[in-house]
Write a protein of this length. Sequence first.
Length: 312
Amino acid sequence: MPDMTLTRTAFYLRTPDVQRLHVLLDGPPQGEPWLVLHGGPGSGCAASMAAWFDPQRHRVVMPDQRGAGRSTPAGGLRRNNVGALLADLEQLRRALGIARWGVAGGSWGAALALAYAARCPHAVAALVLRGAFLTGRDDVLGLFAPRAGGAGMLRRIAPAGERLPEARARLLTVSRLLQSGTAVQKQDTAAAWRRLELERLGLRGVAQGHKPAARERLATVRKYRIQAHYLRHRAGLGKPAVLRAARDIATHGMPVTLLHGRADAVCRPANAWRLQQAMPAARLQWVDGGHLAEGAMRDALAAAIRACAWQR
């Protein structure tokens, strides 16, 4: 367990099925607790996420989900599903002695936050969701369709041997390469995914001229291996399940803030409208910018989180 006298520390939470989840804690031990759910799936939390919170008021809990970030087994798919992730969050909450916490999630993390709040409404005091990914078939396959964004993500990877629509076939091909391809195929596939994802995020120049070290290449393979696994199965949720969770949350009167970038090219702005329709009391704020939590979106996140308060 962490040393609760420190303002920033990290520890590993061991689950009953022998996963080790890396958890970063930041802020005063007796502060108002907030859980951060990272995107991806497979990305992991960054220490910079603590900047969204008041360092004097908030106790920030930042777990890397199964197989992601610094959790082990790294890139593991065994027992890596939504049900297990939700059980992990409850185990973590109990281990830290937290009765209720606010939950902040972006992209895939927003979908996971909705699933968690619907299952454990007693444990969630407020939700702040950024750039929500609804896990629908159209959301998933839109990343792989040739016409999406001018040319689909991973458009250079030709689908092989799949008697399915092209976008679905490409997703299955990518998933197979990342799970059972040769080491070179795995690294090339992950590098292509990363390059085209950066392009979708408006960060085309980030990867140019950059030659990642072996450790970075392996981390990239692990990240997209998890992501392909989840996307292939619509993250174990699907749009009807996410919207049903949102409607359930609305019945509990839970404070919800929805933030969405007007220029979000990864998770469509229509997602925010669908969520607000399911949760009419939710506050929807449009933010100038795209999908990433930077600039105006980072400021909006910080303001929304700091506006929340509840009796513990």
